[in-house]
Design a protein around this ligand. Structure first.
Ligand SMILES: [Zn+2]
Ligand SMILES: [Zn+2]
Length: 313
């Protein structure tokens, strides 16, 4: 059982076969997925993203303005997105928000301002944030550390060279709790007073950046690009992320993992990234899948997460 922590299946590219895409994911052991809304907050883009989550029981949604569109963010946009978040139980996160200095579709100072503003909205709504960062790692870390501080329960750096104890998880997962228990909050530490602030999605930074984000309490999510031949830097970063902080995602329709590179990506393909990372961590695929699923549920601690959505595999 895996969870695709970040996908975009509401887009046009899935209009012809969305039912099949969701079914294929399910058949392939992807029990749930988080569909991240993007686009113009004044258009119907976000309503559409939430509608997809409302339609499929194992699809959840996130709303928030991407740094590309930060220049479109205003009071009206904010009100509209807050309404969407409040009116659907399927909206479990705010994002993706952050900084993108690679495309610079919005002026950088506007990106930074809207990034902080959306963090405060997410805090008000008690929603975890989904962070996007490209070519802006220093500013991203700075803003997140300022906004979320440092956590005393942050994972310590594990010794990547210690072959005897590779990536031991701080909280071992009870596999039974995932299939039998109705309250999935029980998978994690339900009493945890400080909830993790969110997810650094499609991680593309250095090991140092991963450590700083984990210090601020973030989970680190890897996409298909970690499987790319030239991505040794990402694998180096993955090696410093302990198992209880790692997540996997497709970011589909982009970032298709090896061996399907070049094709349209979809949630079912998160399996390839998970297999790759399991091997990198030196654990079984099943253990990796269980752990990353527990991490996701731990972060979102949704009281009545529909267990029926999770199947039994
Ligand atoms: Zn992104
Ligand atoms: Zn995305």
């Amino acid at each position: 059982m895996l969870i695709d922590s970040h996908c975009h299946i509401d887009g046009e590219v899935f209009d012809d076969d969305r039912d099949d895409v969701v079914q294929r994911a399910r058949d392939g052991g992807v029990a749930a997925m988080l569909n991240v809304g993007t686009g113009d907050p004044h258009s119907d883009d976000f309503r559409r993203a939430v509608a997809v989550a409302e339609k499929y029981e194992n699809v959840f949604a996130s709303v928030g303005v991407h740094p590309h569109d930060a220049k479109l963010y205003d009071d009206r946009a904010e009100e509209k997105l807050i309404e969407l978040a409040k009116n659907s139980e399927k909206v479990i996160a705010w994002g993706e928000i952050g900084l993108d200095y690679y495309y610079d579709h919005s002026p950088r100072d506007v990106q930074r301002e809207i990034f902080r503003r959306q963090i405060s909205v997410a805090k008000t709504l008690s929603l975890p944030v989904i962070i996007h960062s490209r070519d802006a790692n220093q500013d991203t870390v700075e803003i997140l550390t300022e906004e979320f501080g440092r956590r005393s329960d942050a994972p310590r750096r594990l010794d990547a060279k210690n072959e005897d104890k590779p990536y031991q998880t701080a909280r071992p997962v009870n596999a039974e709790s995932l299939t039998d228990t109705v309250s999935l909050a029980a998978c994690g530490d339900a009493d945890k007073s400080v909830r993790a602030p969110g997810i650094m999605h499609c991680f593309g930074g250095t090991p140092e950046m991963a450590e700083k984000l984990m210090e601020a309490g973030f989970y680190i999510s890897f996409a298909g690009n970690v499987t790319f031949k030239k991505a040794e830097n990402l694998r180096e970063a993955a090696r410093v992320v302990p198992l209880d902080r790692v997540l996997v995602e497709t970011d589909c329709p982009f970032m298709t993992p090896v061996p399907h590179r070049g094709k349209r990506n979809e949630p079912a393909m998160v399996v390839h990234t998970a297999r790759f990372l399991a091997e990198l961590y030196g654990i079984s695929f099943d253990d990796f899948a269980r752990q990353t699923t527990a991490n996701f549920l731990d972060l979102f601690t949704v009281e009545t997460f529909p267990i029926t959505a999770f199947g039994n595999n």
